[in-house]
Design a protein around this ligand. Structure first.
Ligand code: NAD
Length: 250
């Protein structure tokens, strides 16, 4: 049987990268999926690619905004009749030190990466009336430091520990909450990071110190870990931080 048969899922940041790969995998595994992204056309494109046809709908939404988060959850309930899985994955990065970062940029990274997880959980948990599974995208840089990414490192550490707090608060309601923590994964975000640092992609991708396996991960490899946490195979896993980084943190 498919891992998510009969389940309704939300994927934020579903227009691109890890979110798109996960939304498509969730659909193949039997879920009906709400694909939410600030990039409305990209979210539509993901929903259109989902197999079986009609298993996904797109919502244009900014997950830093309360009314948008409420609308994402309402779409799941109104369109598909409930909610079981939430993948809080939308995120942004600014590759600067504290010296070069504007206060507004600090606030934006915190709003998109951290406030969004709080808001989505605030509205999604009451809709998970049959229990559920929430997966939040942290990062290897939520578990250790990283250079030239002060706001991002702070935001992802917050996601990892907020995940633990949510897991404790909602365990008795049958809701599991875990973080998935990717290492470098070949997505538009990572390629944009190379640009922000003024580095050639080939040289950036060849950073051997961070990559014992000699390569970056793929979005599909992260999606498989999210699927495990989302499904019943992980029924006793909550509050955990699953690292999927080809050995980078090791
Ligand atoms: P990506 O840029 O390909 O996808 C991120 C998506 O989030 C985009 O579609 C973007 O439009 C969307 N988004 C951004 N701001 C939004 C907002 N305010 N509201 C709604 N949607 C918004 O990046 P990705 O690499 O797939 O990243 C997905 C997650 O994985 C992020 O949380 C990122 O921090 C995390 N991550 C990525 C890597 C990596 O190496 N790629 C490593 C560790 C963690």
């Amino acid at each position: 049987m498919n891992t998510l048969a009969g389940k309704v899922a939300i994927v934020t940041g579903g227009a691109s990268g890890i979110g798109r790969a996960t939304a498509l995998l969730f659909a193949r595994e039997g879920a009906r999926v709400v694909v939410a992204d600030i990039d409305g056309a990209g979210a539509e494109a993901t929903a259109a690619q989902a197999v079986p046809e009609g298993s996904a709908v797109a919502v244009r939404a900014d997950v830093s905004r309360p009314e948008d988060c409420r609308r994402i959850v309402a779409t799941a309930v109104d369109t598909f009749g409930g909610l079981h899985v939430l993948f809080n994955n939308a995120g942004i990065i600014r590759r600067t030190t504290a010296l070069d970062l504007d206060v507004e940029e600090w606030d934006r990274v915190m709003a998109v990466n951290v406030r969004s997880v709080f808001l989505m959980c605030k509205y999604a948990v009451p809709a998970m009336t049959e229990g559920g599974s929430i997966v939040n995208t942290g990062s290897g840089w939520g578990l250790k430091g990283g250079g030239n990414a002060i706001s991002y490192c702070a935001s992802k550490a917050a996601v990892v520990n907020m995940t633990r707090a949510l897991a404790i608060d909602h365990a008795r309601a049958g809701i599991r909450v875990n973080s998935v923590n990717p290492g470098d994964t070949d997505t538009p975000m990572l390629r944009d990071e190379a640009r922000q640092l003024g580095e050639d992609w080939a040289a950036f991708a060849d950073d051997a110190a961070d990559r014992p396996m000699g390569r970056a991960g793929t979005p599909d490899e992260i999606a498989q870990a999210v699927l495990f946490l989302a499904g019943d195979a992980a029924s006793y896993v909550t509050g955990s931080a699953l690292v999927v980084d080809g050995g980078g943190l090791a």
